[in-house]
Ligand binder design. Structure first.
Ligand code: SF4
Ligand code: SF4
Length: 395
């Protein structure tokens, strides 16, 4: 029997140079010497898709070695980045012409820089994107975490990506140990949902089946921001996994605290994946009530339960072309109920994962925590980047 391939996300570092408002990971970096080694990466299973993420993955100077190793076991690789290290990104794409690059841009210039916390963040990210387009890199895209502060830029950014012939990926606010955040919440749900509605109609208007399915994903985001049950089951840890910089294998990045199935520095993949500990985590996933709607958990579910999004796409393309009807956010019962005053904002807030009093677990190792006793995460990472630039001069 052919070996079953998995969907994996490799968090190569918890170091990050950005200062995003919706993520405190930059305050909690991993120690470089503890981060995933190529030797550990060699132990990963075969994958049909691998996402490399961070922190900011390009902070790792040995990222090309990691990508090279991952290509031996993965059919497709996509790297999520904030686009700051332009030269490194370009160089990597020259070596790996098929690698996918997703640059997170959180809005048009002013909004992006405010959310990302980098003065020149937009220009940096955008110029990296343009360079990749100029060199005709085939797999480039934007990623945007939609929230109150940037929802109004959503359609404009989509159009920009469309003009540049790029992928456009969306997310919304989540809380978890991974983001070192528990207070993220959408305040003006109808306003944000309205912007998603406009995007969904733009996507449905296109001739690309991929975009119609993205429309379904964004429909799911409206459902998510209203705190409703996921539109598709969550099967994380069954044929999908995350691995963190310490080699800990986890079901996903959406849990409140880090859930560990095993450690790949210490175990073989088979031991870890078939262990009792892994089974206990799978059981937790089966009963998980966090209702995340992030592409990492939704994309495999959309493939597995394809008839559900396919039926939605069929109905909406059909409605649109034969009845000239557009998608409406009020197709979601909860959106109608809120408009009609049948449910209050406070009730919806309670359905979210936002917890103003929660102590956030950042998932750091003891040694990484230790280094935070005398310095902040920002100081540590700034000094680290300065040293890298002094040594090699690139960015
Ligand atoms: S969202 Fe990404 S870029 Fe922003 S601080 Fe978190 S890890 Fe860094
Ligand atoms: S819903 Fe799924 S992705 Fe979200 S925390 Fe639970 S198991 Fe993880």
């Amino acid at each position: 029997m052919a070996e079953k391939k998995l969907n994996g996300t490799v968090i190569v570092t918890y170091r990050c140079n950005a200062r995003c408002t919706m993520c405190n990971r930059y305050k909690c970096p991993s120690k470089p010497e503890e981060e995933l080694s190529v030797e550990t990466i060699k132990k990963l299973p075969k994958m049909y898709f691998t996402n490399i993420t961070g922190g900011e993955p390009f902070i790792r100077e040995d990222l090309p070695d990691i990508v090279r190793e991952l290509y031996k076991k993965s059919d497709r690789i996509v790297i999520s980045t904030n686009g700051f290290f332009t030269d490194r990104i370009i160089k990597l794409c020259e070596e790996f012409p098929n690698v996918g690059i997703r640059i997170s841009i959180e809005g048009l210039e002013e909004t992006n820089n405010k959310i990302r916390g980098l003065d020149d963040g937009f220009n940096k990210g955008y110029s990296t994107l343009k360079k990749l387009v100029e060199m005709k890199h085939p797999d480039v895209g934007f990623g945007m975490t939609v929230q109150d502060a940037n929802a109004k830029d959503l359609v404009e950014l989509y159009k920009l990506s469309d003009e540049l012939n790029m992928e456009f990926a969306t997310a919304s606010l989540h809380n978890s140990f991974y983001f070192v955040e528990a207070k993220n919440i959408i305040h003006d749900r109808p306003m944000v949902a309205k912007e998603f509605e406009k995007l969904i109609n733009e996507l449905l208007k296109s001739n690309s089946p991929k975009k119609w399915f993205r429309a379904y994903f964004n429909h799911g985001l409206i459902n998510y921001i209203y705190g409703q049950k996921r539109l598709l089951p969550c099967d994380m840890a069954f044929d999908t996994f995350f691995i963190d910089p310490y080699g800990d294998v986890m079901p996903c990045n959406g849990t409140k605290d880090k859930e560990i199935m095993g450690n790949l520095n210490e175990q073989t993949w088979e031991e870890l994946w078939n262990s009792e500990k892994a089974e206990r985590v799978r059981n937790k996933v089966r009963h998980c009530d966090r209702q995340c709607w992030m592409i990492g958990s939704v994309s495999p579910a959309m493939h597995k339960y394809i008839w559900k999004p396919a039926w939605w796409v069929f109905r909406h393309k059909f409605l649109k072309f034969f009845k000239q009807n557009k998608y409406s956010m009020y197709e979601n019962k909860i959106v109608r109920d809120f408009k009609d005053g049948k449910v209050s904002k406070e009730q919806l807030d309670k359905c979210s994962t936002c917890d103003m009093n929660c102590v956030v677990n950042n998932g750091l190792s003891t040694a990484s925590l230790e280094q935070l006793k005398n310095k902040t995460g920002e100081e540590i990472v700034n000094a680290d980047i300065e040293k890298q630039f002094k040594n090699f001069g690139d960015n």
